[in-house]
Structure formats: structure tokens, C-alpha cells
Design a protein around this ligand. Structure first.
Ligand code: FBP
Ligand code: MN
Length: 630
């Protein structure tokens, strides 16, 4: 309640307004996960309202517009500037273009009206470009059955064209529709890593979405940890950036200078097959970049393994001794002895590992790390992005009766929640999430490059077996690079991932988090392969890894899933793999392929039945109490 309400009438008016909102249908929520830097695909999904725009067009225009025309209208809404340009080149004369403008105005206003009917006028107004508020409202709320209004409607349309404002008006109206088609966006983690532009994704969210929340994913933790000063988080993210041809992001987006690191890597390492970068874009990497990314990945991997050794030694409570591998190298680093078995090393690059003190950094490594972490802590733009995620995010979220988190709740094979013992305390389930949440916030309010407890715990969240964001027994990065043995490379999933098929298990989790059994649990993190259902526990748990990560398309066979919750219920949306923005526009290919209704009720859910509704009711009671005291 930010308005100052002083008179009795003002208070009464506000009570009436708030009560009216309670009666409106609940806004549509979209759930998206594992975006992994794929900005173009993410933007496409936001533009198409996660498939919702297409559905609204279908509901409104079936029987009036052919399927092909519906598709054209949908693409005009998604990419107005590009479609305008394309349309103009296709028109053979001026009359044809005028007719197209008229048709488009009518269709867009009708669609905007249909999309806006769930919202208050004030909210709709906020979605309209200030340049067009007045005329859009005139068109939107005109009673076209009244003769006088019909005339003014026609005159407005006519004048928009005559005054040369048609293009700007179309673009603005399409943007309004984009904004209204989804009311609230939830991102269930992993904006960062592997894809080229997590920075654009965050800028997009910050500029376009007021109603947004975020549940941190294990990859985001690396970036958040780096800003807090964790050298291990930073080394992991740099290694992944080198592996996926993304080093340029650090310089271009965040001003982090890697020159010294690159020089050091090229001087000390030679390309090795295991370190060949995986390019995510269509552009091929130059040979020079391939070589340098390969060497950088090696240099960082070795520094990472060294600092991991030091951290594991100072934190015995992490119980990660099985990750100490550098000290098990033998015979000139050509073999490794693990649990009594000797394995040959492939693609070894241990020239800077001192066999007498394998976890000790060389002076140059030390200097490079110190310089980089200072840059990470001090990058203004990175700090801005990370604090946006911290301030709008959390380890988990309870929202409208649903429970949202990225990975898992660590449990044993019987489904009992496992406790993590740290600093003389034991944390399980919701308390474990709350504990990590508080450490992250504390770490980010006191960034430091020293080897402190908070930094170590944040790194543990990336890779520890009790991390709800990771959910596996160990991260076998070392074995995957250097040991050709499938068994050693296995990362075993926590039993959560098999138990989450069971309804009783979901009910237990709801209980622990203080939620009702009618809710849903929504996770990301594990790609869902084509043919495997993302719906589990009899419709109580959903896994909606958006499958946007291009390098992972081969594994999943589909793009991925998103979820929509509207006033009628839940819908699961399947996405086809997205190639490029240009190809999507040229071929008018919508990545939304199917929508499956999961839950549908006959009566619409209203705002009164949501978390916002609960807050509004509280505000109404406060106002009513004030009225009584007047
Ligand atoms: O495919 P890559 O680059 O080898 O990465 C594999 C690593 O990523 C992880 O899967 C974690 O990332 P995700 O959260 O995307 O699954 C690790 O468990 C694994 O070791
Ligand atoms: Mn993940």
C-alpha cells in the first residue's frame, strides 16, 4: 500500500479496488529452467509467452483466420520489427500495405483486449508504451457497437497510418501483448554457463519483468561464489567457459581481463584431446582460439585440483577425501593408483604438479589466481547481475502452494532426509536449504578472497554430495579428463531422483516444507530425455529442464519443457530444439510443439486464492480497521 490514504472516502475506494482485484482470474505463471546462457532461445520463449500467445490466438481467431494467418499473427507479436520489414518487401503496392496495417491493427487490438481482460486497467496501462497509452486505451475499451464510437475507432486507425505512426504503433502493441500474456516468471536455476549470453538474459529480466523470481542453480552458484571471493568457484566457471568457447563473455560483458592467464597457459601447456573446447554456436572456432582455450582449460583444471586438495584438507567435515587424486599419480604421472588399482593416465598435463607437494600452487599460479579473483570481486557489471539474482532469488521458493527448487532434497534410499553436520549442528530438508541460503547471503554481503568458511561452503554447494543443487555423490571431473574408465567416471544421483516418482515421497516433502499436499514440486537440473515423462509422483512433481543447452540436445532429443499455470490449471509445454533467431523468423518455426493439459478445473482460480490474494486480504483488513477507528 504505497498510496497515502487519508480521508474516509479514499480508504473506502481503496477497499473497493482491492476487493475487485481479488475477483479477477489468477495471472498466468511460467516456469522455465536451465537456460544456460542461451539468450536467443530464452528470448523467443519469453516473446511467445511460453506458448501462451499461440493458444490465445487459436482461441480467439479459429474459424476467422486460417492456421497460416494465425501463425503470421503470432510471429508478428513475437518479432514485430522483423516481420514488419519482411511484410513490406512482400507487398506489391501501397493499397495492399494499407489493408495489411488495418487488418493487423484490428487483430492486435482484439488480441490485446483478450489478453488484458484478466487485469486491472491500471496494470494494462503500465504495459502500454507511454507514446500510445491514450489511443490504445481508446481502441481497447471502445464500444464498437455504438455508432459514434465506431467512427472514432476508424478515425484513430486512419490517422495512425496517415501520420506515419503505423509501424511504431504495431511494435508497441506487440510488446504490450508480450508483457501481458504471462504475468509472473519463475526461473528454476542455471542461467549461467555453457551458452554464450547469460548477461543478456539477466538484462532482459531486469528490464522487462517486474514479477520474477529465481531459484539458484549449481551453475549460478559458481558465479555468485566468485563474486563473494571463492577462488574455487571462479576456477570452475573459468574452466567451463574455456571448455564451451565462452571466454570472451568475461571480457566483453564483465570487463575481466584474461591476458595473463592466457599467456601463462600457452607458455606451460600443449593442446590435449580431452581439453578440446565444445563450441556452442554455429560459428567455427579459429584454430588459434581452439589451441588457446584448450591450454587455458588445462591450466585452470590443474589449479582447480590443487585448491580442491587444500580445501578438502582444511574441511574434513566435508568428507570429500575421495576427491584427492593428484597425490595418487605415479610413475612420472603416467599412472594413477585408486583403491589398489592402477589406471593409465590419458592426456595428462601435470607438469606443474610437484610430486612432493602436489596441492601446492606455483608462484605464477598464485599470482594469476589472486589477480583474477580481485577482478571478479570488483567487476561492477558482474556485481550488478549477481546481486540481481541474489535479491530476486533463493535456494527454494514456496509460491501459490507450489515448492520450487533446482536440484533435489538429499535423502537416503528409504526417503529419509539426510542430515549434513557442520559446525556442531545437523541440517536436513528445509533447514538445510535455509542454512545454505543464509551462508550465501552472508558471503555476498562480505566478499573476501581469503580462504574463509563461507567460500568453502559455497564451493561445496557446487560439488558436495549433500548439496541440494548438485544431487550427486561426487563430481568426477578429474576422471572424465584423464582416466578412460566408465565406472570411475560415474556420478551417482541421490536416491531423490528415483524416489521422486512416488506420490508418498512428494507428500513427505510437502510436509517438511509446511505445504499442503495439493501443491506441486517443480525442479530443473536433470535433462529429461525424449520418451521419459517429466511428470512424476502422480502429477505432484515436475522436472522442467528447459533443455536449452545446445550441447545437450544430442542427449535429450528434444528442446525441453516449460510449465504454465493459469487460472484453469497446469499445462506442460514441450519445446523443439531452437536453432537461431534468424531461422526461427525466416521459417516461422515456433519452438513450442505441444501443450499438454495436466490439471484443468471448470471454475477459474481467482486472485483471492493466491499468495497475492492473501496479502491483499490483509491490506483490506488493515484498511477496515482504520475505517472503524475514524
Ligand atoms: O558436460 P560437461 O561439460 O563435461 O559437464 C559435466 C559436469 O556437469 C555436471 O553435470 C553439472 O552440471 P549440470 O547442473 O548442468 O548437470 C556435473 O555433474 C558434470 O561433471
Ligand atoms: Mn544444474
Amino acid at each position: 500500500m504505497d498510496k497515502k490514504l487519508t480521508t474516509t472516502n479514499e480508504i473506502k475506494e481503496e477497499i473497493i479496488n482491492l476487493s475487485a482485484i481479488l475477483g479477477l482470474p489468477k495471472g498466468t505463471e511460467a516456469f522455465i529452467s536451465d537456460v544456460h546462457g542461451e539468450y536467443d532461445e530464452f528470448a523467443h520463449i519469453m516473446r511467445n509467452g511460453s506458448g501462451n500467445t499461440k493458444q490465445k490466438i487459436e482461441e480467439l481467431f479459429t474459424g476467422r483466420l486460417s492456421l497460416a494467418s494465425q501463425k503470421k499473427l503470432a510471429f508478428l507479436v513475437y518479432y514485430p520489427s522483423e516481420i514488419l520489414q519482411k511484410t513490406k518487401t512482400e507487398m506489391s503496392n501501397h493499397d495492399q500495405l494499407i489493408q495489411w496495417y488495418m487488418d493487423s491493427f484490428n487483430h492486435l487490438i482484439e488480441l490485446l483486449r483478450y489478453t488484458a481482460n484478466k487485469y486491472t486497467r491500471s496494470k494494462v496501462r503500465k504495459s502500454i508504451s507511454p507514446d500510445f497509452v491514450y489511443i490504445t486505451e481508446e481502441l481497447l475499451y471502445a464500444d464498437r457497437n455504438a455508432d459514434t464510437k465506431q467512427l472514432s475507432y476508424q478515425l484513430i486507425m486512419d490517422n495512425i497510418i496517415k501520420l506515419g505512426m503505423a509501424d511504431a504503433f504495431i511494435v508497441a502493441t506487440c510488446h504490450s501483448i508480450q508483457k501481458l500474456v504471462v504475468d509472473h516468471v519463475h526461473i528454476i536455476g542455471d542461467i549461467y554457463d555453457r551458452g554464450p549470453h547469460p548477461d543478456y538474459i539477466i538484462d532482459h529480466l531486469a528490464h522487462h519483468w517486474q514479477n520474477f523470481d529465481f531459484q539458484w542453480g549449481n551453475h549460478d552458484i559458481l558465479w555468485m561464489g566468485s563474486v563473494a571471493g571463492s577462488k574455487l568457484c571462479m576456477l570452475n566457471l573459468l574452466r567451463i567457459a574455456a571448455r564451451y568457447d565462452n571466454l570472451k563473455l568475461l571480457k566483453n560483458a564483465y570487463g575481466i581481463d584474461l591476458t595473463k592467464l592466457i599467456e601463462f597457459a600457452e607458455k606451460n601447456y600443449q593442446p590435449q584431446k580431452a581439453f578440446n573446447p565444445k563450441s556452442d554456436t554455429d560459428e567455427k572456432m579459429s584454430e588459434c582460439d581452439q589451441k588457446s582455450h584448450n591450454c587455458v582449460q588445462q591450466a585452470i583444471a590443474i589449479m582447480q585440483f590443487k585448491l580442491e586438495g587444500q580445501t578438502i584438507a582444511r574441511r574434513p567435515e566435508f568428507q570429500m577425501e575421495n576427491r584427492l587424486l593428484l597425490d595418487k599419480l605415479e610413475l612420472d604421472n603416467n599412472y594413477i593408483l585408486i583403491k589398489g588399482v592402477t589406471y593409465p593416465i590419458k592426456d595428462g598435463c601435470f607438469q606443474l604438479v610437484d610430486s612432493n607437494d602436489p596441492y601446492k600452487l606455483t608462484d605464477s599460479e598464485h599470482e594469476i589466481i589472486a589477480d583474477l579473483i580481485t577482478q571478479f570481486i570488483n567487476s561492477k557489471k558482474l556485481k550488478k547481475h549477481i546481486f540481481y539474482l541474489v535479491n530476486n532469488g533463493s535456494m527454494y521458493l514456496k509460491y501459490n502452494g507450489n515448492l520450487l527448487f533446482h536440484g533435489c532434497i538429499p535423502v537416503d534410499a528409504t526417503g529419509k532426509m539426510l542430515s549434513w553436520k557442520i559446525n556442531g549442528q545437523a541440517y536436513a530438508g528445509k533447514r538445510l536449504f535455509d542454512y545454505f541460503d543464509s551462508i550465501i547471503r552472508d558471503a555476498l554481503s562480505n566478499p573476501t578472497a581469503s580462504d574463509c568458511f563461507n567460500s568453502d561452503v559455497i564451493w561445496y554447494l557446487w560439488t558436495g554430495k549433500m548439496s541440494p543443487l548438485f544431487g550427486k555423490d561426487k563430481m568426477t571431473t578429474f576422471e572424465r579428463y584423464f582416466i578412460d574408465n566408465d565406472e570411475l567416471q560415474v556420478e551417482k544421483l541421490n536416491p531423490y531422483y528415483s524416489l521422486r516418482k512416488e506420490e508418498w515421497f512428494a507428500d513427505e516433502l510437502f510436509k517438511d516444507f509446511g505445504l499442503n499436499e495439493t501443491g506441486h514440486i517443480i525442479n530443473g537440473h536433470t535433462p529429461v530425455k525424449a520418451g521419459t515423462s517429466p511428470i512424476m509422483a502422480n502429477g505432484k512433481i515436475f522436472v522442467i529442464d528447459g533443455g536449452m543447452s545446445k550441447p545437450y540436445h544430442k542427449t535429450t532429443g528434444i528442446g525441453g519443457y516449460t510449465l504454465l499455470s493459469n487460472s484453469y490449471g497446469l499445462q506442460l509445454v514441450t519445446h523443439e530444439p531452437f536453432t537461431t533467431r534468424q531461422k526461427a523468423i525466416d521459417g516461422m518455426t515456433d519452438v513450442v510443439s505441444t501443450k499438454r493439459v495436466i490439471e484443468q478445473s471448470v471454475s477459474r482460480k481467482t486472485v483471492a486464492e493466491t499468495d497475492t490474494g492473501r496479502q491483499l486480504k490483509q491490506q483490506i483488513s488493515i484498511l477496515q480497521a482504520r475505517l472503524k477507528n475514524k
